[in-house]
Write a protein that binds this ligand. Structure first.
Ligand code: AMP
Length: 442
């Protein structure tokens, strides 16, 4: 892969910034009209930079803050290229999470409404057969998570991506991580080398080896965010408390923030579920979003939160990247993220589209090193979130009771049962082997 070239400032040299329109960037009338219908009166910064570069046929490495309009920055040029040379299975967008795939598809469909663009979302947790039928009808754009796409490439008769013209990796640093290595290698093997590739992310790896895997050609690097910063309107705080009182502090803060829309990030599915149950026992309107829920439940939780039916969303990192929910007032890191970059993605769920937002990161005696790493990454010292310990502790008894009930409910649930069997496997080291033996005997 060639070293990415920095973008020159041709556009802004000739036209002052306010006068830049979708039309002046080279977007065709029909798409300009759709932008107008969507009330996108002016292109955003990343769109101003990326659209002309993509329309000129270049590959792109785009670094843009969450909520910057990056989906439009790649969707508009792809739709324009599709209009010029109409063809089925034209573009593929890879995303790390299912929810993000649906969100991107909605934007493609909205932007492509006037040209009847057909999209297929191919993600895990949904019936393979239904998806096979969708693929058989040859959509223009496929938006997929890597694992399920590979399943179809290997098992769905008649489906291939040999004619693909555009590949997008959204949240590219995550897609190019080791956890998707096998899938990405398989996908890249079966798509044409002659194509356009766009990588987008709020945080982007500088590791050349990783970027090389995406097989970009003379990519242009476009950066509208300063390195690993978070938006100005975001007020970030930390809370230093003993681990055993985390639940009480969370309850106290949520009481304080009553009526605000909050996302609370937890480290594991089980903890996410446990806290949801605990908060519900305390009369709060909480819903969970994590990888052990069915896809229908995940989408339903997201829908309820998006439509403001529920104001508290408890989530694992499946919700940390890219999700665009404009009304989130507060993000809490109940469990500190173990990868510092995830901090940027998580807090990026608030203070979107020019609005103000707040983030509160819980730091316990075990998290100090991780917290210092986050402060180093964002080059900021965070202020302490002020609480009155005495007032907080008044809630301790009620919270303990809610915790007890939550534990019982969790034990009775599928997730709790799964956890117990996993614990058994790790505790005695034989659980899994014994089950396998039994199965073989049968
Ligand atoms: P994204 O960063 O792609 O997730 O987009 C964030 C939000 O900005 C989405 O709700 C888009 O509909 C919206 N958006 C994208 N481009 C524009 C624009 N030019 N003007 C106004 N809103 C936009």
């Amino acid at each position: 892969m060639d070293e990415p070239a920095e973008k020159s400032d041709v556009q802004t040299e000739t036209i002052s910034d306010e006068l830049i329109t979708f039309k002046s960037l080279g977007v065709v009338d029909v798409l300009c009209e759709t932008c107008k219908d969507l009330k996108w009166t002016q292109p955003t910064k990343i769109q101003k930079e990326a659209i002309p570069v993509a329309l000129a046929g270049n590959d792109i490495i785009g670094l843009a803050e969450t909520g910057s309009g990056k989906t439009g920055a790649f969707a508009i040029p792809i739709l324009q290229a599709l209009l010029e040379k109409p063809q089925r299975l034209f573009g593929l967008v890879l995303t790390p999470t299912r929810e993000l795939a649906y969100q991107i598809s909605e934007q493609f469909e909205a932007l492509g409404a006037a040209i009847s663009v057909k999209c297929a979302v191919i993600v895990g947790g949904v019936d393979m057969m239904t998806q096979s039928l969708m693929l058989a009808s040859k959509p223009h754009i496929v938006i997929a998570t890597p694992g399920r796409l590979v399943d179809h490439l290997e098992n769905t008769k008649g489906f291939s991506l040999r004619s693909l013209k555009c590949l997008v990796m959204d949240e590219a640093d995550r897609i190019l991580n080791m956890d998707f290595e096998t899938e990405i290698d398989k996908i890249l093997k079966v798509i044409p080398r002659e194509r356009n590739t766009y990588l987008y992310s709020a945080t982007m790896t500088k590791k050349v080896a990783k970027l090389q895997r995406a097989a970009l050609k003379n990519p242009i690097r476009i950066e509208v965010a300063t390195k690993y910063t978070t938006v100005d309107k975001l007020k970030q705080y930390y809370l230093f408390i003993p681990a055993k009182f985390k639940d009480v502090y969370l309850t106290y803060i949520l009481n304080e923030l009553a009526g605000k829309s909050c996302i609370i990030f937890c480290a594991t599915c089980v903890n996410t579920q446990r806290i949801t149950l605990m908060l519900r026992n305390l009369g709060m309107n909480a819903i969970p979003l994590h990888g052990q829920l069915s896809q229908a439940k995940r989408l339903s939780s997201l829908h309820k939160f998006r439509s403001k039916n529920n104001s508290i969303l408890l989530a694992t990192d499946v919700a940390s990247r890219g999700l665009d929910i404009p009304h989130v007032d507060v993000v809490m890191n109940f469990d500190i993220p173990s990868r510092s970059k995830d901090y940027i993605h998580r807090v990026g769920r608030t203070a979107r589209a020019g609005r103000a937002g707040k983030s509160i990161t819980f730091v316990t005696q075990y998290d100090v090193e991780l917290f210092q790493r986050i402060e180093q990454l964002i080059e900021k010292k965070l202020p302490l979130y002020k609480t009155e310990e005495e007032e907080v502790m008044v809630l301790a008894e009620r919270v303990a009771e809610a915790q007890r009930y939550a534990k019982i409910e969790l034990c009775d649930s599928k997730i709790g049962k799964k956890k117990r069997s996993n614990d058994q496997d790790t505790e005695d080291g034989h659980g899994m082997k014994q089950r396998l033996k039994k199965k073989r005997k049968r």
